[in-house]
Design a protein. Sequence first.
Length: 339
Amino acid sequence: MTKRPTMIDIGERAGVSQATVSLVLNRVANARVSDTTRARVLDAAEALGYRKGPQHRVPENKTRAIGLLIDEITTTPFATAFIEGAREEAALQDVVVATFSTRGDPKLEGLALDMLLGSKVIGVLYTSLITRPAEPPERLRDVPTVMVNCYDRDRRYPSVVPADVTGAYTATEALLKAGHRRIAHLAGEGWIDAAEDRERGYRQALASWDVPVDESLIMRGWTLPTVRELTLNLIDMPNPPTAIFAFNDRMAVSAYDALRARGLRVPDDMSVVGFDDEDTSRNLDPPLTTVVLPHEEMARWAVGTLLDEHLPAPSPRRIKIECPLVERASIGPVAKRRG
């Protein structure tokens, strides 16, 4: 999937802030933006292929607003991508997004819905920071609703989640293409959907390349000190791995630390691939090859679905958005064994 240009992209190209881009593209009256700057923003938007889509017909009894309920906004940096993706896609249709952080508390969700439904919004995005099954409030059954990064087991609502299996397959295959056959997996905790899916993708990639899965190379941990210790255990094996695929970038950072502690270098002595594309990944030494979690694209799809379809649909879809690989400098050829 080709990443759609955002207002941030336009701002970087035009040399202005995202706020200025928003003022120009949304034709805000009385905005203090010079004609020269306005032209630069419009030229950048044109060059990047940024378009306002056709106006959707919003029923007269509805407010041009969408509600976004999200369980957390402070525990990870990913909440911003959900909120900004939804806000930007809605703005293309002159629709606003009202965001409520509920901590998954039914009482707070109820209060948010009181306000949203009382305002007759177009619909609701029910959002989770962790990919998981969820049970939206019963009141949403009669409201156009799309689940973002979560899903209901009964498939009452359309939902969108990341394609973690194929993302992990791609990450593992990048190591296989570099010549690695002993690839360790620093796996996440089993109760997390993403951990199960990423391990499945890892196993599928090995199977596709006729590489037997060595169960001793799959290490399960979560806390960063534990991951560091697990990496040291991998290094100390009689026949250690030549590469590591980590469940996420934070675990990859701990793997880097453990390798440094043993005087080993990435990728000269060990190749490493992460997942999530957090900001830290590009600032590591060397920068980490990783997989992008498409939070912004997921939110955009969800908004488009709310605006395009009459929900609830007879057979709600569960869409998986591609997780592309970002190749940096942490993969190298198989190192000659020391000794």
